[in-house]
Design a protein around this ligand. Sequence first.
Ligand SMILES: Cc1ncc(COP(=O)(O)O)c(C=O)c1O
Length: 402
Amino acid sequence: MEHQINGIALPNREGFFGVYGGQFIPPDLKQAMDDINAAYEQIRHTEEFQDELKDLFANYVGRPSPLFFAKRLTDQLGGAEIYLKREDLNHTGAHKINHCLGEALLAKYMGKTKVIAETGAGQHGVALATACALVGIPCEIHMGQVDIEKEHPNVVKMKILGARLISVTRGTATLKDAVDSAFEEYLKDPKNYIYAIGSVVGPHPFPMMVRDFQAIIGEEIKVQTSARFGANPDYVVACVGGGSNALGAFTAFLNDPDVKLVGVEPAGHGLDTDMHSATLTLGKPSQIHGMACYVLENDQGEPLPVHSIASGLDYPGVGPQHSLLKDLGRVEYTTATDQECLDAFMTLSRVEGIVPALESSHAVAWALREAPKLGKDIKIVVNISGRGDKDADYVAAKLGLN
Ligand SMILES: Cc1ncc(COP(=O)(O)O)c(C=O)c1O
């Protein structure tokens, strides 16, 4: 299915979502991206590729992920009904496996000899290392040293799965620096390597391709809500870092105007501080990592250091499709602070027995804040993009639970 909104292609043939997206990259990288795009366009429609991915989604990832009615939370908040899309129950514990399998299969079909990627929270790294182990391709993951220290369980898992881990110490030693480092490695041999981007970001075709692989989330929500209450939900809510789990959840509903779509960005220590990562909320149209999109940058056009309690959300850019959806007003982008996120993490853990990732906790925080203001007939689906096991030690130390 080709996607569009208000007659605007998502994306057009050059990879633009309105004025966002595209390929702002050196010529040799452009050739490599065009090769990936051509291979993807050719392979994705084949029965062989579709069948292989479908089988892996069902029997390896465990799809469809359940849609769970959070009754105790709903009762406690006293407003709208809250449903949780359980991407945390996927194999490897997050939505990232959806596009990693797609990217690893594409690498196999293209005969690539190494898959390279960056990771923030480690979820994309673990998912990609998993997919590469399954497909049998060497995998190299670049990760900021700060994130390595914070996300120890995922670091160890990547190593067990056979990935080579590169510690990135430059800059703030977080996600943006890891992306820079991974791109440099990829540029050494773009013919034989493939860069498996971890979100709906980067040069065309990645924002489109990753979106396509993640769109299964919203397609399932549509079927599940229809079976459960015979209609679409009133709200679909997801956290936004680069924006892959959010677009995964939103895509099936983009042209259903009655479904309100809400993306929650990290407000960190507060939007009035320099310790946040609210790119769509406070950034401006610019370029980063080969794409045009909203960016948090200084007056010299350099990306600002960003912060979020959730390592997977601290990125100064954002997907080009989100940038367009913001301008069109189709998605409401809002924020939750580190503190609201921590509260949501603990509340969902204690009221429903579900420990969400700190990233996903931003979307839960929105529900805690907004559900009480909405009528009991309103139905909210919150995308639980991942599980919080990786964050348990960090949260325990922060709250003095050790
Ligand atoms: C569980 C989880 N949710 C969300 C994200 C943010 O990524 P995206 O905005 O692409 O979904 C990450 C990134 O690492 C993650 O691990």
